[in-house]
Design a protein around this ligand. Structure first.
Ligand code: 13P
Length: 265
């Protein structure tokens, strides 16, 4: 079955990845100022930087980023290739705008759009088939953490993606985003995050046939003040940044922290 899976990703290397998730924020005017400031401030850094923008702004940011190393991402992708799916955007459409990444399974989509583990896995597959790297989000709620179910939940969410994508998972990026830390100002401590990242790393190692290191990002109130200590953990390869990615100065400080942290082990 796996032999028939199509994954044409560009693959990741050991450079860190800092990806901004703008969520449903932005305007044509605000985007231009933000993207120009980010591009100017990230010159010479030795890490990957991406912004995952609302779909209507992909074309604008594609133009703004031309000639720079800023990469472009979407916040979702359809599991379907084309057809009667009103409101959805296919991976092929994203690709036409130079989109390199698509976030899949963000907790806000799991929560407000009832996305199941299986649906998230299918979205990852649709992205991979078009050479787009899915940033697969996993994470537990506060109730699940307090019920000591963190490991069980994140492993179940990731297992669904592994099951459907087989050997292609060597092309994905994973983001651990504890739901209780998103937009709350409550960050997981570096130790809490590392503990979960190590679990995910072991699961990916056991499932991946290739020897490449799959990037695992941390997301959840990551900011200029806590980025360095999170990125110092052995299994934290980068960040998926919400609120702080909307302010160029804050986002650039996180990028600088990733640059200083150097390549992943
Ligand atoms: P915040 O950084 O605003 O907590 O959001 C994190 C997130 O959900 C990124 O996808």
């Amino acid at each position: 079955m796996w032999a028939r899976l199509s994954c044409r990703g560009e693959g990741m290397n050991r450079k860190r990845l800092i990806a901004g998730n703008w969520k449903m924020n932005g305007s044509v005017v605000a985007n231009e100022a933000l993207v120009r400031a980010v591009i100017a401030g990230m010159e010479g850094v030795n890490c990957r930087v991406a912004v995952c923008v609302p779909a209507p702004y992909l074309a604008q940011v594609q133009q703004l980023r031309a000639g720079s190393s800023l990469e472009l991402g979407a916040q979702d992708v359809s599991a379907h290739a084309q057809g009667a799916y009103t409101g959805e955007v296919s991976a092929a459409m994203l690709r036409e705008f130079g989109t390199r990444y698509a976030i899949v399974g963000h907790s806000e989509r799991r929560q407000y759009h009832a996305e199941s583990d299986a649906m998230v896995a299918d979205k990852a597959k649709a992205a991979l088939a078009e050479g787009i790297t899915p940033i697969v989000c996993v994470g537990e709620t506060l109730a699940e953490r307090e019920g000591s179910r963190t490991e069980e939940v994140v492993k179940r969410q990731l297992a669904a993606v592994i099951h459907v994508n087989g050997h292609c998972i060597s092309e994905i990026v994973v983001a651990y985003e504890p739901v209780w830390a998103i937009g709350t100002g409550k960050t997981a401590t570096p130790e809490q995050a590392q503990q979960v990242h190590a679990v995910l790393r072991a699961q990916l190692r056991a499932a991946s046939t290739r020897d490449s290191r799959i990037a695992i990002l941390y997301g959840g109130s990551m900011n200029a003040a806590n980025a360095a200590s999170l990125l110092a953990q052995p299994d934290i390869d980068g960040g998926l940044i919400g609120g702080a990615s909307l302010k160029a100065a804050d986002f650039l400080q996180i990028i600088a922290a990733a640059d200083q942290a150097g390549a992943t082990p």
